[in-house]
Design a protein around this ligand. Structure first.
Ligand code: HEC
Ligand code: HEC
Length: 383
């Protein structure tokens, strides 16, 4: 696309011309980021949990985009360069006043000072969101490159940070869109269109003194180097086995004796105390007589107690440790279980393949690992 002169446009009042302001990579970055933020918000807030895979990919691509944008901020063409929109504090304040009072004083070809502040803030907030997201993924879900390095305790710190900054992001997106509309009203410029075409109308005489060309080769090299280093670091982290996920040899006696009436629950789903109490009261096991021989009771008790919730650092184990004191032997009576499943209708629990709510395996295809990954939830179709 060339900087064709479209002066004969019907709306030209003052002498003005179109110049190429946003290069293609900058525009591609902008709209890809819009798409990733949109996917991230939808999969984070609205879509069911098994869409988590998409959420994670949106995060990885966002990081890639952020890194690329910083590199392009050094090697891109004139108005993509960060230095062209690094303004002084007083400059920013006076521009904000101009916006609020709807009185433009100066025309900016590239980013204006308020827009620039928003961009730096967005880059920062998105970095915090993606890094905290990676820690939640590793610590809480035992997934991703930080699964081995981040414990559940780390994710308990990272999770609220992730949520708070997402709220901040939403506010900033609203402000950003508001700013674009307002700026359009003041200058009569369609900023959305110019982020698509790359062209902006500038008054005659405000042409830049210098227009530095992009250095794509340098940008590619630096980006590639960054990903080579960052990638190997993450790959090194990823070789650590997921923290808090133990290797569990299945126990035959447990599986046959306790798997008779319902699935053999993963030992990490209740604390040791609960298992001990349950194994001591098998003659009245939820109204059933589940009495076993002394040998079996011993073996099963040892197995359950040795692998109880306290021994794991998964989200499920950390949550189900907090049993309801009134129902110390029921996973399904914990406040966490109830909260996670309250949206599921009683009919859904009754469908073929599930039957009862305590049949975890009906919906959680990875229940026997104790992981309960969001992506592994598959509710069978009715009928
Ligand atoms: C005779 C059948 C029977 C046998 C054998 C049996 N259970 Fe149960 N179990 C039940 C019933 C019935 C319930 C209560 C209904 C429900 O929650 O599905 C239950 C519930 C449970 C629960 C609570 C699930 C929840 O709702 O959170 C756990 C945990 C459990 N059993 C563990 C065991 C263990 C461990 C063994 C082996 C020592 C065992 N069961 C053997 C019938 C049995
Ligand atoms: C009818 C299907 C169904 C059954 C049966 C079921 N779950 Fe779930 N479970 C779900 C759904 C759906 C979610 C996601 C809820 C949400 O959107 O937050 C979920 C979420 C969870 C989570 C949180 C996962 C995470 O990372 O956020 C855990 C842990 C869990 N279930 C454990 C259990 C256990 C233990 C049992 C058996 C005692 C069980 N579930 C039975 C459908 C089921």
């Amino acid at each position: 696309m060339s900087d064709t002169n479209t002066q004969n446009n019907k709306k030209t009042k003052r002498e003005s011309r179109m110049v190429k302001v946003w290069d293609l990579p900058t525009r591609a970055f902008h709209w890809s980021l819009v798409a990733m933020v949109f996917i991230g918000l939808v999969t984070g807030y609205i879509a069911p949990e098994w869409w988590m895979g998409l959420h994670i990919w949106a995060g990885y691509i966002t990081v890639t985009l952020l890194v690329f944008r910083l590199v392009w901020g050094v090697f891109g063409s004139e108005y993509a360069r960060l230095e062209t929109f690094t303004f002084s504090f007083s400059h920013i304040i006076s521009h904000m006043k101009e916006i609020v009072t709807l009185r433009p004083v100066r025309h900016y070809i590239g980013h204006n000072p308020s827009g620039a502040v928003m961009i730096f803030a967005l880059l920062l907030v998105l970095s915090i969101i993606t890094v905290s997201g990676l820690l939640v993924l590793g610590g809480e879900e035992n997934q991703g490159p930080m699964a081995g390095a981040a414990s559940y305790a780390v994710s308990e710190i990272a999770a609220p940070i992730h949520s708070i900054f997402v709220v901040l992001l939403v506010i900033m997106v609203v402000l950003h869109i508001g700013g674009v509309i307002l700026e359009g009203k003041i200058t009569g410029e369609n900023l959305v269109l110019s982020m698509i075409t790359g062209l902006k109308r500038v008054p005659e005489g405000t042409a830049p003194l210098v227009h530095r060309q992009a250095r794509p080769l340098a940008a590619i090299l630096v980006t590639a180097t960054f990903f080579a280093i960052g990638g190997s670091l993450l790959a090194a982290f990823a070789t650590m086995p997921p923290s808090g996920l133990n290797h569990l040899e299945p126990n035959k006696v447990y599986e046959t004796d306790c798997g008779d009436c319902h699935l053999p629950y993963h030992p990490s789903l209740l604390p040791a105390k609960s298992w001990e109490q349950m194994m001591a009261t098998l003659d009245d096991h939820f109204g059933e007589d589940a009495t076993l021989g002394a040998d079996s009771v011993n073996e099963i008790t040892t197995y359950l107690v040795n692998n109880a919730a306290e021994k794991w650092d998964t989200e499920a184990a950390n949550r189900f440790k907090n049993i309801d004191p009134e129902y110390p032997m029921q996973i399904t009576k914990t406040s966490y279980w109830i909260r996670k499943h309250h949206e599921i209708s009683p009919e859904t629990f009754k469908i073929k393949g599930v039957g009862v709510k305590s049949n975890c395996g009906g919906c959680h295809t990875d229940h026997y690992t104790g992981r309960f990954d969001d992506q592994k939830i598959k509710i069978p179709k009715a009928k």
